[in-house]
Design a protein around this ligand. Structure first.
Ligand SMILES: Cc1ncc(C[n+]2csc(CCOP(=O)(O)OP(=O)(O)O)c2C)c(N)n1
Ligand SMILES: [Mg+2]
Length: 614
């Protein structure tokens, strides 16, 4: 007879989660690093009580905002190269929906996270319960259906035994490199508390190791033939290189064949910035070194990238009309994009097999030498814009220079939205794989601080530096208090340009009037003068407003010594961004307007559109 144990559905969930394992560097560890939770009536009695039962095996962390706690969970998974992840549980209604944006963030970035929002009563007897939205025509609809569009797997648990196949499926999705993304198990409040005789075997320890798919023979042969015929080959390294931890295999291939590499936002730090063949950032926020090559490349080996518009310059960057793209990706959806020759495989496996098959083949030396020279030219340009200054309002690039000089390349640098992603993509000199943590798939304002917290949980011994604009800071800063509470130190550099600087610049570039972006251009009775240092101090951080680049460097030196989260605030110039490098980006400009500036921008826009090769 099957041995069973009588547990509530919620108790079964937490017990199951605590027994899922993985292996890192030959050591067995829990695959769930913990559960983030904010309780309400939809989860406190069910999941809340069940988390208490396992608190010594599976830690629970409390946050101040459900979106932020999900950000922390997602960043934790990314910093662990998807090898370990977390769950996040909320009440029903607003608590649950606060996590929907984060679910989309994880979906876009292909990152694993388990959402456990509470849901309405499956028995429907007390309806409508507090925070229940009633659908007039569909009795099965609840607000948690919003998660469907942004989950790789969504399920609503309306009977306690449904959790058995649902958690099996959840683990498959969370650990599959191709399918990987958010899983939402929407847990009806009454069912969380219902008991069932679960088979003991359901709670057996399981060890999940990442699947490394090897290439199909025909696809490999086609890719090798294309590369061997290349005169101007280029590798684009995307986030998949990091997720697969394939940096060594990438270096081996490109060093052997003399192929220059460029990196997407997600793929930056695949090779260290000082690797001679690393042309660094590609695309809209790319370096001149990378973009020059991208324009001419005849064979583009795109590894682990979604080929998002920032990478392809909205498909106007790759100008060689005879070009072939090889899509090396674990996900066929990505591998075959834009008529690429698909090479469906794990990045490390695919790169190794390409290296073996290309043995002895080298790209024309003139192409490789040209790349090396382009890199030197770019480094000279980058050095100019990041140099120190006495200006009252330094540029983002000058602040980046100060952070780089003081903190070095051994820190993990995190950012997500505003003007910083573009500047950091070009200018940050990354060190080890994963030391550059950009959330630029969804570019979610407010990811930064909570994301930094998740990274620090994954890498407690490393210095985690968060760079953030005033807009992002004001959108979501509450987890500064959590970082202090948990003793997880962050160094946060806040660039205050008094508004949405990058969108203001985009508005001007598309012919718009300065309107509703910078605070001064927005409807106001009193122009805000926000004391960010005082705000951060009120949340428990050490904080300081610095007035110069030199002052920032001194304060950063001190921040390294601090054991508590430190927030350094500096006023910056909202109008300046780095001209060097870069590429056109498709942002639709109005076809008719009464504004002369818009009409001029539209003309330029139409010219740029004609460059696109769809
Ligand atoms: C949640 C969210 N809302 C809106 C946007 C669009 N957006 C991108 S950057 C930006 C302004 C960011 O301001 P700030 O953080 O101060 O950075 P800055 O542009 O000034 O460098 C806005 C509104 C976004 N990316 N995310
Ligand atoms: Mg700003």
């Amino acid at each position: 007879m099957t041995k069973t144990v009588r547990l509530t559905m919620a108790q079964a969930v937490t017990r199951f989660l605590s027994r899922q394992m993985t292996e890192i560097d030959g050591k067995k560890v829990q695959i769930f690093g913990g559960v983030w939770a904010i309780f309400g009536h939809g989860n406190v009695a069910g999941i809340g009580e069940a988390l208490y039962q396992v608190r010594d095996d599976l830690p629970t962390f409390r946050a101040h905002n459900e979106q932020a706690m999900a950000h922390a969970a997602i960043a934790y998974a990314k910093a662990n190269f998807r090898r370990r992840f977390m769950a996040a549980t909320s009440s029903i209604g607003p608590g649950a929906l606060n996590m929907v944006t984060a679910a989309a963030l994880a979906h876009v970035n292909r990152l694993p996270v388990l959402f456990l929002p509470g849901d309405v009563f499956a028995n429907r007897l007390p309806d409508p319960v507090l925070q229940q939205a009633e659908d007039f025509s569909d009795g099965t609809a609840t607000v948690n259906d919003c998660f469907r569009a942004v989950s790789r797997y969504f399920d609503r648990i309306t009977r306690p035994e449904q959790i058995i196949p649902a958690l099996n499926r959840a683990m498959q999705v969370l650990t599959d490199p191709a399918e990987c993304g958010p899983v939402t198990l929407s847990l009806c409040q009454d069912v969380q508390a219902e008991a069932y005789d679960y088979p003991e075997s359901f709670f057996a320890e399981r060890v999940w190791t990442p699947r490394r798919v090897r290439p199909d023979r025909q696809e490999l042969a086609a890719a090798v033939a294309a590369l061997k015929g290349a005169k101007k080959p280029l590798v684009i390294a995307g986030g998949g290189v990091l997720y697969s931890q394939a940096s060594r295999e990438l270096a081996k291939l490109v060093q052997g064949a003399g192929i220059p590499v460029c990196e997407t936002q997600g793929g930056k730090s695949s090779l260290p910035d000082d690797h001679p063949l690393n042309m660094a950032a590609v695309g809209v926020t790319g370096t001149s070194a990378a973009n020059r090559l991208a324009e001419e490349a005849d064979v583009v080996l795109a590894v682990g990238t979604r080929l998002q518009d920032f990478t392809t310059g909205s498909w106007a960057l790759f100008k060689n009309s005879g070009r072939t793209i090889i899509g090396l990706n674990s996900q066929p959806f990505d591998a075959g994009k834009h008529w690429a020759l698909p090479l469906v495989a794990d990045a490390a496996e695919g790169l190794s097999e390409l290296t073996a098959a290309l043995k002895g083949w080298k790209a024309p030396a003139a192409w490789t030498d040209n790349a090396l020279k382009g890199k030197t030219d770019w480094q000279a340009d980058a050095g100019k814009v990041t140099a120190s200054t006495n200006a009252a309002y330094p540029s983002d690039a000058q602040v980046i220079g100060a952070v780089q000089r003081t903190m070095g390349a051994s820190v993990t640098l995190l950012h997500a939205a505003g003007g910083l992603p573009g500047e950091l993509h070009k200018l940050w000199q990354a060190g080890a794989p994963g030391s550059y943590h950009a959330e630029y798939g969804f570019s979610t304002m407010g990811y930064e601080i909570a994301g930094g917290l998740g990274v620090k949980m994954a890498k407690p011994d490393e210095e985690v530096v968060v760079m953030i604009g005033d807009g992002s800071y004001l959108m979501l800063n509450s987890e500064i208090a959590t970082s202090v509470m948990l003793g997880l130190k962050l160094v946060i550099v806040l660039l205050d340009n008094r508004g949405y600087g990058c969108i203001n610049r985009l508005q001007m570039a598309t012919g718009g009037a300065n309107f509703n972006n910078l605070l001064k251009d927005s409807r106001h009775e009193i122009l805000p003068d926000i004391d960010f240092a005082a705000h951060a101090a009120s949340l428990g951080a050490i904080s300081e407003k610095v007035t110069s680049i030199a002052g920032l460097e001194t304060a950063l030196g001190q921040a390294k010594q601090n054991s508590r989260t430190t927030v350094l605030v500096i006023d910056t110039d909202p109008l300046v961004s780095t001209d060097a490098g870069g590429h056109w980006w498709d942002v639709a400009v109005p076809e008719v307007s009464s504004r002369r500036e818009v009409n001029a921008a539209r003309k330029k826009y139409e010219e740029a559109l004609s460059e696109r090769q769809a």
